[in-house]
Design a protein around this ligand. Structure first.
Ligand SMILES: Nc1ncnc2c1ncn2[C@@H]1O[C@H](COP(=O)(O)OP(=O)(O)O)[C@@H](O)[C@H]1O
Ligand SMILES: [Mg+2]
Length: 366
């Protein structure tokens, strides 16, 4: 049942690593209590208290790792990660749930001789939820989240990088947590920089060795925006690989609905609503969020609650063309989206003929 904790405690005892023994014993006590075995849980806690001179054990017993040269911390630790609201496709959700459920039955799988390596690689464009997923997972497993950003780590000498990686894995393996390696491709990317290939290979090898040892009992999540840069050997090491793509129309509708719930959208016709959703296609969750929030903000400034399709489409045009649009170009964009000339004329307080004129005076192609 509690094999992974017991193994960790034995291992730590043999290594004479007191902190690790204490942390895992504490986790074992918590798990026993959760499963209703209060008596055993209390017994462990009493031993811990007695051996710790009566003071309670905190989760922060172990000093976080620092870079030896700069003396700066190389991980961020969130002891109580919160779960942000995230919208994901059904298939992504199902795969994540599967990973989480498998972690929960790991002890049973070990007993059956079916070892499960607790490593998850998340890949996909920026702003689509990889970091948020790591937070949610740690929150749901009720574990601290230890985050290391490899892009900041790699900037030092490669010799130091290997050492820092080891320190991070050491730190994470001494306590129950989810280890999150963000910007994971940084290691692969270092290849085309100033570094020598042989030196880099050693860093990759040390990463692989650390991962192999750690993932037997520890949970690892890695995230990258550049999966194509990852070494094949690294790619194969992950037990679970999940793509976190840009939102599809269904997810766009959900996200859009969530962000704009303070506004009255009843004046937007279904056809116009579809146009807005179509125009948001291809953007990331964070782009859509920023864009829709801008409209909400504008409405608050103007003390309005009723939003029109044009409010959103103008914001979309400004976002897509980085604000480099004059009114004529903006109107051409709206006409191209399929908006009625009359609606556009009303919105800009101009005549329909003026709207039509924008079509003939073609300056650039928006
Ligand atoms: N799937 C999603 N659902 C809802 N909001 C999202 C989603 N993905 C990203 N966001 C928004 O964008 C922000 C940045 O997302 P993040 O998780 O850091 O993306 P990534 O790590 O993939 O770059 C989040 O804080 C959230 O506000
Ligand atoms: Mg991220």
């Amino acid at each position: 049942m509690y094999y992974s904790e017991i193994t960790k405690i034995i291992e730590a005892g043999l290594d004479r690593d007191q902190n690790k023994v204490k942390n895992y014993a504490l986790l074992l006590a918590k798990k026993l209590a959760q499963d209703g075995d209060i008596k055993s849980s209390k017994r462990i806690e009493t031993v811990l208290l007695r051996k710790n001179n009566g003071s309670a054990i905190t989760d922060a017993l172990i000093a976080p790792p620092v870079d030896q040269e700069s003396r700066l911390g190389i991980v961020d630790i969130d002891y109580k990660p919160t779960a942000p609201e995230i919208i994901l496709s059904d298939s992504t959700k199902a795969r994540l749930n599967d990973f989480e459920s498998t972690i929960k039955i790991k002890d049973k799988l070990d007993e059956l001789g079916m070892p499960f390596n607790m490593s998850l690689l998340l890949y996909g464009p920026p702003g689509c939820g990889k970091t948020s997923i790591a937070n949610c997972l740690a929150n749901r497993l009720e574990l601290p989240l230890v985050t290391a950003r490899l892009d900041t780590l790699i900037s030092s000498l490669l010799g130091n990088t290997a050492k820092n990686l080891r320190r991070i894995f050491d730190f994470a393996s001494r306590q129950p947590c989810v280890l999150f390696l963000d910007e994971f491709d940084a290691i692969a990317k270092a290849r085309d920089d100033r570094h020598e290939l042989g030196e880099l290979k050693r860093v990759v090898n040390s990463l692989l060795q650390n991962m192999d040892a750690y993932c037997q009992t520890g949970i690892l999540v890695a995230a990258t925006n550049h999966q194509e840069l990852l070494d094949d050997a690294i790619w194969r090491r992950f037990q679970t690989i999940i793509e976190v793509p840009k939102p599809h129309p269904d997810e766009i509708r959900l996200l859009f609905g969530c962000i704009t719930k303070s506004l009255d959208l009843s004046h937007i016709m279904p056809k116009q609503y579809s146009i807005i959703i179509k125009q948001l296609d291809g953007l990331s969750y964070s782009d859509i969020q920023a864009l829709a929030q801008n409209v909400v903000k504008q409405m608050i400034i103007k003390d309005k609650t009723i939003a029109s399709a044009l409010d959103f489409l103008c914001e979309i045009a400004i976002f897509k063309y980085h604000g480099n649009l004059d009114q004529q170009e903006l109107i051409r964009f709206l006409l191209k989206c399929g908006l009625a000339q009359r609606a556009i004329a009303e919105y800009f307080h101009i005549s329909q003929r003026q709207v039509r004129n924008c079509l003939v005076s073609s300056k650039g192609d928006v």
